[in-house]
Design a protein around this ligand. Structure first.
Ligand code: AVJ
Length: 332
């Protein structure tokens, strides 16, 4: 199906141009359904994409500046150190397609290394942050054509027509791929291969496996910012879904699951208690947890195996001297 670039809607979407309000309504309904289902199932879990309301996005911004949270700092340094080589390997004239673009800060670094980028297509579900990022980026890169696509990047099926005239470079930073299970990551990479098409390249930032003490510190920082970020999910339920969670009676919990090679975040009930959400009662035993996030870690070889299984050919991988984080360049 052809996409409608003038509306910047996801390809294949039949939504009319005035659908932003409807989408937002759908969004809060999506949250309500996910929370009710998540608190009903055992073990309890709520998808991590719901962390990012305005307050959650602010807190995540703060996380990225923490001493213990190395991913943002190290990935940025890797991009700065290797962007010239990346640009040489990829070649000029590529349309840049960014998945889950968020604030597009790292994108500016990458764009600066390329002589000519015919268009930049950020894909993000958050219309407001897409708009902000596009405005900020056009100030940084004079004359850059930006075609924001409001869509869920895990399910985007086609790019705007103009994007098909040139070869593409995909960009997926921040180790956001770590939120996906291995099966989901494989499906995402295979979908990205189809979306970006023959002759494309894909640059990804992926967090590395490392000593557990470093991982735990990154997800349980001394200032309690990550705790506040995790607990904000309960605050958001209170604000948007008429919840009455007492945030002082839940605790942030970050553990490393060796079997799955991932950090797991939980909200742990500190007492036996009953909480109401949307008029429904949910009882917690003392110590009972709500699973709120998985953040998978990969060795370079593990990630390359996953990439190959999804149809990509690993071209090069870069890591920092401390082996904290990796950048992967894949080709199709
Ligand atoms: C945005 C998913 C990459 O997993 O490190 C940071 C989110 N959660 N601290 C990560 C997060 C707690 C982050 N990602």
């Amino acid at each position: 199906m052809e996409s409608d670039i003038s509306l910047h809607l996801p390809s294949g979407s039949a939504a009319p141009s005035g659908s932003l309000r409807a989408k937002e309504a759908l969004g809060s309904d999506d949250f309500a359904q996910a929370v009710l289902a998540g608190l009903t199932r055992r073990p309890r879990s709520i998808p991590c994409r719901f962390f990012y309301d305005a307050r959650g996005s602010e807190l995540f911004e703060e996380i990225t500046k923490l001493e213990e949270y190395y991913p943002t700092r190290v990935e940025t340094a890797l991009l700065e150190a290797h962007r010239a080589e990346i640009a040489t390997l990829v070649g000029a004239g590529r349309i840049l397609v960014e998945f889950g673009s968020g604030s597009s800060r790292k994108t500016s670094l990458l764009l600066g290394a390329f002589d000519e980028v015919p268009a930049y297509i950020p894909i993000d579900i958050a219309a407001e942050s897409l708009k902000e990022a596009a405005e900020w980026l056009s100030g940084q890169h004079d004359g850059l054509t930006i075609l924001p696509l409001i869509a869920d990047f895990t399910t985007t099926r086609a790019l705007p027509l103009v994007a098909r005239s040139k070869r593409r470079l995909g960009f997926f930073s921040g180790s956001t791929i770590g939120n996906l299970s291995h099966a989901e990551a494989k499906a995402f990479l295979a979908n990205a291969a189809r979306l970006l098409g023959a002759g494309s390249a894909f640059l990804l930032g992926v967090d590395l496996k490392k000593p557990v003490s470093i991982l735990i510190a990154a997800y349980n920082d001394g200032r309690g910012i990550t705790a506040a970020f995790n607990l904000n999910l309960l605050g958001r339920i209170n604000r948007e879904l008429g919840g009455n969670f007492d945030l002082a009676r839940f605790a942030h919990d970050a553990v490393y699951n060796e079997t799955h090679g991932r950090i797991e975040l939980y909200l742990k009930s500190l007492a036996e208690q009953t909480v109401r959400v949307l008029g429904r009662a949910f009882s917690f035993a003392a110590g009972e947890r709500i699973h709120t996030e998985n953040s998978h870690k990969y060795t370079v070889a593990e990630f390359q195996t996953l990439a190959r299984a999804s149809g990509w050919t690993p071209a090069k991988a870069w890591t920092d001297p401390d082996q904290l984080f990796s950048l992967h360049l894949l080709r199709l």
